[in-house]
Design a binder for this molecule. Structure first.
Ligand code: AMP
Length: 290
């Protein structure tokens, strides 16, 4: 595995690969790898001849007062972990190369960015789409792999690629969870032991929702209220949103159906955590997978 920092070196590597008729799969990340990231890398390896993993803590997607300065970083450890996967290039651009002082461009996807996390973090998705657009242009991948853990992000990227006619196949990977069900996240390292156990209310809420849907409950308002009660039993956990939305348009659903996604965001102490599930996926299979 090679670590590349300069943007121009990354592009020349990609040009050579493409000229030789081989394919590239990209996994964009902000680093501090966990098993979720590694699974995305493995999926990328199954899709293309070469895998590029980008590691860039993207200042553009953090709002004022968010955790940009304390976001966990460990390049040496990440390089070791990526090295053990079928990763050809770990692309680690610098802040100043990505965003020169004159940088003014933004790639915006309207509509689906106004809801869920986009409502609470107004400039977040513009930061995400802008950096992903830059990575696509620098790396020129044939495939890009994103996790369903960031379900709205995946939808926004799919929409951007469709709307802008990018010839890139976007592939989603299911949520990778700890043994007890907590969705893996670099931000879980912020949690104290006590907060870590309270954070399980997200997975408990998901399990409850799926069980209730399997029993025939389709009233979104009723289900959301039951979930609110489950989460409320945990002191120190506040709810950012509990939403049932259409999997493609992200518009709110009154009646839950096979296209519905339950999306949750809570704050456990100072840490914001998100989780989601497809309501129609079979509970048994999901429990096995998790
Ligand atoms: P991040 O480094 O947190 O920006 O994540 C990089 C990529 O990994 C994104 O596409 C995330 O959706 C994905 N990812 C992060 N955590 C998980 C997880 N627990 N399961 C699946 N994908 C994940």
């Amino acid at each position: 595995m090679q670590i590349i920092h300069p943007l121009a070196d990354m592009t020349s590597w990609s040009r050579e690969i493409i000229a030789s008729g081989k394919t590239i799969a990209l996994v964009p990340t902000m680093g501090y790898f966990h098993e979720g990231h590694l699974r995305l890398m493995r999926l990328a390896g199954s899709l293309a001849d070469h895998v590029v993993v980008s590691l860039f803590v993207n200042s553009l997607q953090f709002g004022p007062g968010e955790d940009l300065s304390r976001y966990p970083r460990d390049l040496d450890k990440d390089a070791g972990l990526a090295e053990n996967e079928k990763v050809d290039i770990l692309f680690v651009p610098s802040d100043k190369d990505m965003y020169s002082p004159e940088f003014n461009a933004r790639v915006l996807v309207d509509g689906i960015t106004d809801t869920l996390c986009g409502k609470q973090r107004p400039h977040h998705f513009a930061g995400v789409t802008t950096v992903v657009a830059k990575l696509f242009n620098i790396i020129k991948p044939h495939y890009a792999v994103f996790g369903q853990k960031d379900f709205q992000q995946l939808s926004v990227i799919r929409k951007m690629v469709r709307d802008l006619n990018w010839d890139i196949t976007i592939v989603g990977h299911p949520i990778v969870r700890e043994d007890d069900g907590l969705a893996m996240s670099s931000r879980n390292t912020y949690l104290s032991d006590e907060e870590r156990s309270r954070a399980l209310c997200l997975f408990n809420a998901i399990r409850h929702a799926k069980a209730r849907f399997a029993e025939g409950v389709v009233d979104a308002k009723r289900l959301k209220s039951e979930i609110r009660d489950i989460i409320a039993t945990n002191s120190g956990v506040s709810i950012d949103y509990i939403s049932v939305v259409d999997k493609d348009t992200l518009s709110a659903k009154k009646e839950i159906d096979s296209r519905s996604v339950l999306a949750l965001a809570v704050r456990v102490g100072g840490t914001r955590l998100i989780d989601n599930c497809f309501m129609a996926s079979d509970t048994e299979a999901i429990n096995r997978q998790w």
